[in-house]
Design a protein. Structure first.
Ligand SMILES: [Zn+2]
Length: 105
């Protein structure tokens, strides 16, 4: 069981960052599974996040292209910092959004 300490750490981190609003609902983030390409909604956590379906750390934050109507997994942070075009749609070369429509599972 390697998951438990991770979950505890995530819980502590979430507790620290949440200073004043005690019962504000956590807005789920959109992730894309880099293995299956599936779009998953989950509470914000350090990436790569664990896909609840597979138990593997394959979830990267999703970026939505409104022209493709498609989610793409975002590049790891260090890549995104070095290469801002990694946040662009690979097809349209337009900036992608972190918000967009998610079809219900
Ligand atoms: Zn596109």
């Amino acid at each position: 069981m390697k998951l438990l300490p991770l979950l505890l750490a995530a819980g502590l981190l979430a507790g620290c960052s949440d200073g004043k609003s005690g019962h504000a609902a956590i807005e789920p983030m959109v992730y894309v599974d880099t293995e299956t390409g599936k779009v998953v909604q989950a509470p914000p956590e350090p990436t790569p996040a664990v896909n609840p379906d597979t138990g593997k750390k394959t979830l990267m934050p999703g970026l939505y292209c409104s022209r493709c109507k498609k989610w793409y997994p975002s590049a790891p942070l260090e890549v995104a910092q070095r290469n801002p075009s990694s946040r662009m749609c690979p097809k349209h070369r337009t900036p992608m959004e972190t918000k967009g429509p998610v079809s219900a599972p």
